[in-house]
Design a binder for this molecule. Structure first.
Ligand SMILES: [Zn+2]
Length: 213
């Protein structure tokens, strides 16, 4: 990702968009050849009807999982002075575990206590999708969404909680089908003020007796 001088106005929006767009497009042709090679290495016969088109299908699938639709997460001045919690909960997402290239999927809950700037509600879901469509670990995905809000909105508080099931845990290794991994990143008042934190956790339906750091 290129680093540019401190932008102003429209350039600032462009920079914001840059921050959440996939770095390099997927080379489907090259990925197709690589999957063919992988199938050979796995001892599979690619001449069978079922596997004949698999390399290209797999390449296209990875392109889909790794490509976020570009968008401009434009922010606005908080002219109305809204100072209560803004929360979008149960945002469905699918991401790709960077250790096994298997999907992990679940729901993200994204909230913030506005300061001087706000962002369109639909953009919160797009933000999650953008950061999800790259090789990830759940902890980093959670922090990246929270960091983006902290850095671009300068809000009084940020709360991001992600609940997900990892196929690499369900279908291999410990085979813990249905196990749910919960990660959270809280900043500002949502981290420091117990009442604000409780409200946030209650609204997203998380048991507040469980320890959330
Ligand atoms: Zn994994």
């Amino acid at each position: 990702m290129s680093v540019t001088a401190a932008p102003v106005g429209a350039d600032a929006d462009a920079r914001a968009a840059d921050a959440v767009v996939h770095a390099r497009p997927v080379d489907v042709e090259r990925a197709t050849a690589a999957v063919s090679e992988l199938l050979d290495a796995l001892g599979l016969d690619r001449r069978t009807d079922g596997l004949a088109d698999t390399p290209e299908r797999v390449a296209r699938m990875f392109r889909e999982l790794l490509t976020a639709a570009p968008f401009r997460p434009t922010t606005f001045p908080n002219d109305a002075g809204y100072d209560e919690l803004v929360l979008v909960s149960d945002i469905p997402f699918t991401s790709l575990c960077e250790h096994h290239l298997l999907p992990f999927r679940g729901r993200a809950h994204v909230g913030y206590l506005p300061g001087d700037r706000i962002v369109g509600l639909s953009k919160l879901a797009r933000l999650v999708d953008s950061f999800a469509r790259r090789p990830q670990v759940q902890e980093r995905l959670t922090a990246q969404v929270a960091d983006w809000l902290r850095d671009h909105l300068e809000p009084r508080g940020v709360g991001v909680v992600i609940e997900a099931e990892h196929l690499c845990m369900s279908v291999r290794g410990v085979r813990a089908t249905g196990a749910r991994t919960v990660t959270s990143t809280l900043y500002g008042l949502l981290r420091e003020r117990p009442a604000a934190r409780e409200e946030f956790l209650q609204l997203i339906g998380l048991d507040t007796r469980r320890s959330i750091r």
